[in-house]
Design a protein around this ligand. Structure first.
Ligand SMILES: [Zn+2]
Length: 131
């Protein structure tokens, strides 16, 4: 009888142990980091959304037409004619974009980016010309 307790007496390092203080501290540290990261990501997302919302408002006055997106096929491709006469396409659905001197070259540029996984929400080419 008592074979297992004999075994653990001989090999105490193999006996089930509650997590050590060090392990508990590491677990807490890991979950704290996770929490901090998600807070930071939430803040970044919020800041980004705010900037995008502001840019979307500015863009409105340059909106020329809405076309079919060459990538996702949705009629969500906003076509802007910017103050510097550059055409800019941005899909509101999948995020693909491209610009050019006229509509067809902007659309061509957009179509050639299919599969590149680009998203104008990560850095729009849109800028209000100060000229
Ligand atoms: Zn699209």
């Amino acid at each position: 009888m008592g074979e297992w307790s004999d075994y653990f007496e001989d090999f105490p390092e193999e006996a089930p142990q509650p997590p050590s203080a060090e392990e508990r501290a590491k677990e807490k540290f890991d979950s704290d980091i996770k929490e901090m990261n998600s807070d930071a990501f939430a803040l970044i997302a919020k800041t980004k959304k705010k900037a995008n919302d502001a840019a979307q408002l500015q863009k409105k006055e340059f909106l020329e037409s809405v076309d079919d997106c060459p990538q996702c096929g949705e009629k969500e491709l906003n076509v802007y004619k910017l103050a510097n006469k550059i055409y800019l396409c941005e899909c509101q659905d999948c995020g693909i974009y491209g610009s050019g001197d006229d509509f067809s070259s902007a659309l061509h540029k957009t179509a050639s980016a299919i599969g590149d996984n680009i998203d104008w929400r990560d850095g729009s080419l849109f800028s209000v010309s100060t000229k």
